[in-house]
Design a protein around this ligand. Structure first.
Ligand code: G3I
Length: 316
């Protein structure tokens, strides 16, 4: 069974995956990645981030990002751009720099405009801002906020819109999948931006989950966003567990994948689902959470796990 074909069947959803440049040499991996019946969409996990695209002020390097963009084109897959403004994986000149408000807004504007313009016409949707709120709904105190308050947000969206008027422009974050202080902060932000004429089209639910710990009311929360006039995408889905894998954990993981997919399927306005890479071989999880992993629908040997079949059930 091919997941993107199944995703397209009822409501023209897409099913996609993140991928990263070093992985592209793995031929067994590529056989699955390049099949647009399996993945109708890809996202570069790292190569369009700020550290990769503007390592020194005003000097842009698109080589690795272009490799992913060209792959999507060749495979006839949608491309999600990730990302314009994020506190993490910044070059030192941004993360350790000191900026006046005027300076940081000019830096953000130049970065977003140049990045988005470079990929104009190739990107379905951009994560324009990524992870700008803390879990308690206050703004993250990063270099952008500390220098401009929240003014960098409209600047980034306006620059992205000018650079590619047809790309959908998203805010993207984790821990906003259920109703809570952080998802409320995003809903307020979306209302404010819309009132002020700032172009925002979508909200990305990253959806980095833990087996058996999906937040309740994801569907209601998705609907609350769509009522504000934005589309929703599940942008970075994975469901990690404390290792070792057991049949019980894998069975619960299958259910969790099914739940997330079926919610997107049920909510008009949820337009697709992306997993944050599809195989445990290349998952970010073990490198970040010691003792955890096995978060993906394919195992380290590129064999489908129960979660894969949960995805099928969720779409059907
Ligand atoms: O490039 C260096 C390489 O030279 C070095 O040898 C190697 C040794 O550790 O590190 C490489 O850098 C790694 C980088 O990915 C590129 O592969 C970093 O250590 C590693 O921390 C970094 O992880 C990325 C992570 O973002 C950073 O926070 C993951 O691959 C990437 O999947 C992950 O993606 C994020 C999304 O962008 C936003 N949402 C959360 C998601 C998961 O953390």
């Amino acid at each position: 069974p091919e997941l993107n074909t199944i995703a397209k069947q009822h409501r023209k959803l897409y099913f996609g995956t993140a991928t990263d440049n070093p992985e592209l040499n793995d031929t067994a991996y590529r056989a699955i990645l390049d099949d647009n019946r399996m993945f109708g969409q890809i996202t570069p996990a790292n190569s369009m981030k700020w550290f990769a695209t503007e390592p020194s002020p005003g000097e842009f390097t698109f080589h690795d990002g272009d490799v992913i963009a060209n792959l999507a084109k060749k495979n006839r897959q949608l491309l999600r751009g990730h990302n314009c403004v994020w506190h993490n994986q910044l070059p030192d000149w941004v993360s350790t720099g000191t900026f006046t408000e005027k300076e940081i807004l000019a830096v953000v504007e130049r970065h977003c405009e140049t990045l988005v313009r470079h990929y104009r016409g190739q990107v379905y949707a951009w994560d324009v801002i990524n992870e700008v709120f803390n879990d308690d709904g206050t703004f993250r105190q990063d270099v952008f906020f500390n220098s401009s308050g929240s003014k960098f947000i409209p600047t980034a969206f306006h620059a992205a819109r000018r650079a590619d008027p047809h790309a959908k422009l998203y805010a993207n974050d984790f821990n906003i999948e259920g109703p809570n202080a952080k998802s409320a902060a995003y809903q307020n932000l979306i209302k404010t931006l819309k009132k002020e004429g700032v172009p925002i089209d979508g909200i990305g639910f990253q959806s980095h989950f833990i087996v058996g710990e999906l937040p309740p009311n994801i569907k209601e929360n998705m609907e609350a966003f769509t009522k504000l006039g934005v589309e929703v995408a599940v942008t970075e889905l994975d469901v990690r567990m404390t290792l070792p894998e057991t049949p019980e954990l894998l069975a619960q993981q299958r259910k969790d994948y099914e739940t997330v997919i079926s919610v997107c399927q049920a909510v008009k306005g949820c337009i697709g689902v992306t997993v944050w890479d599809f195989t445990d071989k290349f998952s970010w999880v073990p490198g970040t959470f010691a003792g955890q992993g096995a978060a993906c629908p394919w195992d380290e040997n590129l064999k489908e796990k129960p979660g894969f079949f949960g995805i099928i059930d969720g779409f059907n």
